[in-house]
Design a binder for this molecule. Structure first.
Ligand code: ADP
Length: 551
């Protein structure tokens, strides 16, 4: 251990030990034997006193071979001196002691200060070295533009997302055109959806289609151990992207830095987020830099990120439905020899994300090859399906009974939404895709209708099965928040100041209304449920078709 201590620290430690030794030694010297007056006078008579030290309340007498102390009043020291009995006389006062003590203390503080300063300098040197290393890595590894050779033809399904991004591609191809006409596009696009649905792939495809450099950054990699490092990375990333504009910055899992600044404050994350916000505010819409970020939890994002001028455009990418799975499977089989029934595979892979479908096809091909077959068959898919289900991709797979419950749940929502004119793109067995409002003025009726849609599934399943189910969890959560917002924020209840009771009353009232609506719509709901079991998802037009048919 001694070897691991630096030279300076060693010197300081030795000095400290020496200092303490001196102190202890001098204190020892000051503690000779205490004797009475008569004995002391006898000693003085018999041998010469070499040194006298007066230090309240004693007098210290040092003889050639002995030292003693006597109470001060017991001896007339002046007389001793005048008799020539004393060779050296010294008077020590409390003041002197204090001065010595202060000097020692100051020295100790000084030594500590020097020690700390040298340790800090060392730490700073190490930190600088590490920052330099990180900087080097930054230049070499991370902030490097990639050339994307992915195109929209490599992305199957997600037609809605592609359509929404067409405009962005055009802007990246011709930023000057937009500048000339003074048209501003959003600076940022937020891709929202579960993992493995192709968010990264889509961002790459946008870069490929527009033929612009692509900067990939995972937000987690921004947040470093050292405060300030993440912010530095963000500003360098934007600087590089601007240099090479038109270009795309893709920030994966933005929630790693963009989580709302709640209870768990993290200085580094906050500094990084602030830098990101500053950078996004700092460049012109027409500069040609497009920031695309991905997240699967929009609800945890800091409001500042979602505020106007930042990630204005949001594109939702749900799990692929039946039709989408068909095209993803077909795309993955494009360059492989097979006699697979794509429709059958698409049917049995409900809940699979796109990445899991790619894995499924790949595993099936490997399986076929292992048994010497060069054509992939349905049996190969069957053989590896469970392995993929249990693999790294989180797959929501239903039993037959669960599928029936879920189909009824979603059918009731689709019918209620269509009847009450709540906008949605698609409602499917695994996900529902409602169209968000964009800064509109919303009426109380519109908000209550949304509430009713959220409650419809639970009521329909409860009526049919006489039971409550856990699949209502997310909708119930949203409904509670919405009810609270209606009565609290918008004061759309009997009173301006609301309590939990007002929200509860609103929920109960909406529940009754939906129950009565659904009781009249039983046949329609049943038909939509059958449709969902067959096709997995339904659009408003298709639901309307069924409604018109029945009524
Ligand atoms: P995310 O970013 O949403 O987590 P990724 O873009 O990383 O998903 O997708 C992982 C992989 O899954 C891709 O590299 C691709 O092989 C496959 N994949 C995902 N979505 C699609 C899609 N729509 N079409 C074809 N392949 C896809």
């Amino acid at each position: 251990m001694w070897q691991s201590i630096s030279k300076n620290t060693k010197i300081i430690l030795i000095s400290l030990v020496a200092l303490f030794s001196i102190l202890i030694f001098s204190n020892l010297e000051k503690s000779p034997e205490l004797i009475g007056q008569s004995e002391a006078l006898k000693l003085i008579d018999s041998s010469p006193v070499e040194r006298v030290l007066v230090k309240e309340p004693y007098v210290y007498l040092y003889f050639k071979d002995k030292s003693i102390k006597v109470p001060k009043e017991a001896i007339d020291t002046k007389k001793l001196f005048s008799l020539g009995k004393v060779e050296y006389y010294e008077e020590s006062t409390e003041m002197m002691d204090t001065i010595i003590f202060v000097i020692l203390l100051t020295m100790m503080f000084y030594i500590f200060y020097v020690m700390r300063a040298s340790r800090k300098t060392q730490e700073r040197m190490i930190q600088n070295q590490q920052m330099e290393m990180a900087d080097n890595n930054l230049g070499k590894l991370n902030i490097q533009a990639q050339h994307s050779n992915v195109n929209f033809s490599d992305v199957a399904g997600v037609e809605g997302a592609k359509e929404e991004l067409e405009e962005i591609i055009d802007f990246l191809k011709n930023p000057t055109k937009y500048r000339e006409f003074d048209i501003s596009l959003p600076k940022g696009v937020l891709l929202v959806g579960p993992p493995g649905v192709g968010k990264t792939l889509i961002a790459k495809a946008v870069a490929g289609e527009a033929n612009v450099p692509f900067f990939y950054q995972s937000a987690a990699s921004f947040v470093q151990i050292y405060v300030g490092m993440g912010a530095k990375r963000v500003s360098e990333l934007f600087a590089k992207a601007k240099e090479m504009a038109p270009s795309i910055i893709f920030i994966d899992e933005i929630d790693a830095v963009g989580k709302s600044r709640g209870v768990h404050n993290n200085e580094e994350r906050e500094a990084t987020l602030n830098q990101l916000l500053t950078e996004m505010d700092g460049f012109e819409e027409s500069s040609g830099v497009m920031v695309i970020a991905a997240t699967n939890k929009i609800e945890v994002l800091d409001e500042a990120l979602l505020r106007s001028g930042r990630f204005d455009r949001r594109v939702h990418i749900p799990l692929p439905d039946y039709e989408e799975r068909k095209s993803i499977i077909a795309l993955n089989l494009k360059s492989k020899k097979h006699n697979i029934d794509i429709e059958k595979v698409a049917k049995m892979t409900i809940g699979f994300n796109s990445a899991a479908l790619a894995t499924l096809i790949n595993e099936a091909a490997l399986y076929a090859l292992r048994y010497g077959n060069f054509t992939i068959t349905n049996e190969d898919i069957e053989a590896v399906k469970d392995k993929v289900l249990l693999g790294k991709h989180k797959i929501q797979s239903f039993t037959d009974e669960e599928r029936h419950i879920q189909a009824l749940y979603q059918a009731a929502k689709a019918v209620t939404a269509t009847w009450l004119e709540v906008n949605y793109e698609k409602i499917g067995i695994i996900s529902s895709n409602f169209i968000p409002h964009h800064n509109e003025i919303l009426s109380k009726t519109m908000l209550e209708n949304e509430l009713k849609v959220l409650l419809a599934g639970r009521i329909a399943t409860q009526t049919k099965y006489g039971e409550l189910f856990t699949n209502a969890k997310e909708d119930i959560k949203t409904a509670k928040i919405l009810a609270q917002t209606i009565v609290e924020e918008y004061a759309m209840s009997e009173e301006y100041f609301s309590t939990a009771l007002h929200a509860q009353r609103l929920l109960s009232y909406s529940e009754e209304e939906v129950a009565s609506l659904l009781s009249k719509m039983e046949r329609v709901v049943e038909k939509v449920r059958e449709y969902l079991l067959e096709n997995e998802s339904i659009t408003p037009t298709e639901t309307k078709g069924i409604l018109d048919e029945v009524f």
